[in-house]
Design a protein around this ligand. Sequence first.
Ligand SMILES: Cc1cc2nc3c(=O)[nH]c(=O)nc-3n(C[C@H](O)[C@H](O)[C@H](O)COP(=O)(O)OP(=O)(O)OC[C@H]3O[C@@H](n4cnc5c(N)ncnc54)[C@H](O)[C@@H]3O)c2cc1C
Length: 398
Amino acid sequence: MKTEATIVGAGPTGLLAAETISKKGYNVAVFEEHKRVGYPVHCAGMISVEGFKRLGVEPDPLFHQNTVYGGRVYSNDGSCLTIKDNKPRAYIIDRGSFDKHLADRAVDAGVDICLGSRVEEIVLKQGVASSLKIDSSDVKSEVFIDAEGAKGRLLARSGIDTGQQGVYNGFNTELCVDSIEADMVEVWFDTEIAKDFFVWVIPISENRVRCGLGTSESNGATKLKKFVKKRFNKDSNTIHSGLICTGGPVNQTVYPGLMLVGDVAGQVKPTTAGGVVIGGLCGKIAGETTVKALESGNVQLLDEYDSAWRAKYGSELQTMLFLRSILNRMDNDRMNRIFSAFIEEGLEDKFTRLVEDGDMDMQADVIKRAVSDPVILGALAKSAGRIALSEILSVFRF
Ligand SMILES: Cc1cc2nc3c(=O)[nH]c(=O)nc-3n(C[C@H](O)[C@H](O)[C@H](O)COP(=O)(O)OP(=O)(O)OC[C@H]3O[C@@H](n4cnc5c(N)ncnc54)[C@H](O)[C@@H]3O)c2cc1C
């Protein structure tokens, strides 16, 4: 059988690209190094309600575990801002079963998923992707999509350096707790525990949570154990680790015959490192671009992929990257002062309204509205100082 499109990686972005192409009648193969789709699981499993709609996926009981309405955001001195909506904001899912669901959909659409097949190299001939090296065989195809996940180790082995920045370690553990608000997540900003990111507590039920953190430092698992002990007075169970992408998109996502999608392309929200929705949507765009190129017999049309996904999500990701760079400059002291000022000024309602109107995936609008609100700016000036405020405004180029 001749394969027209070949994809590396059976994560959500590769699978959505594969399904899109196969639905149009083309032969698609996905190569996945693990023996089981979706495992091992690294992800915290929080996906926005609107994200599911955008991806065209129903929240199936096979993977849906819980629904959340808002969150409590803490600074390291325990100051807390509560933001709660009156409608469901996100679904908590079992990522392994979610990926399996996407794989089943892809197989139903005709995709051939080859498990336990590690791609050793993308072979480039005169700069054009021409085959994949798997074991001792060469797999040829007209179009290649690399959806290998963060860091791009396969790309590096193949001689392509994406220059991806801001890839940190993420850690997750699950534990039983005495009781927790089942409809609220917790986010903790504490640079001593989670430098350049945050800690999350995600309720799976009233007495079970998924707790994790991201950090630019190397001792994240130890820090997570300490956090769990302090927050729940419990010892951690097994800790799973993976890579989180916080540095925004890479500069180049198309090479002759080859497109990059998902984490490897940096199509991830730099604020939260959530990459299932925007990465998945970009996977669909890569699929549509492939169909266009195959229909016209002109592989050069793949070049359109880069501008197509950037036109939709480029400035969203850029604005989130600005906010990430500001958050990364905040030490605990400054963050505590900002939280106190927000609480003193009674800004919780304002934030709740912003979040109610806002979009968890396309965050640019809500970020811009927050940093142009005079009351929020006043509280920031009071707590972080005028110099810090002008730094923030300069980042947003106001
Ligand atoms: C701790 C943690 C928590 C997270 N929480 C969330 C969250 O709550 N919400 C959210 O939206 N996102 C979250 N993310 C991010 C999310 O997991 C990623 O953005 C998403 O999985 C990206 O999908 P992908 O298809 O690009 O890559 P992946 O899901 O990483 O899939 C890549 C696949 O490629 C395979 N592969 C790699 N190299 C090869 C090779 N050489 N040959 C064959 N196969 C290969 C891998 O085995 C893997 O199956 C989290 C990440 C981490 C680490």
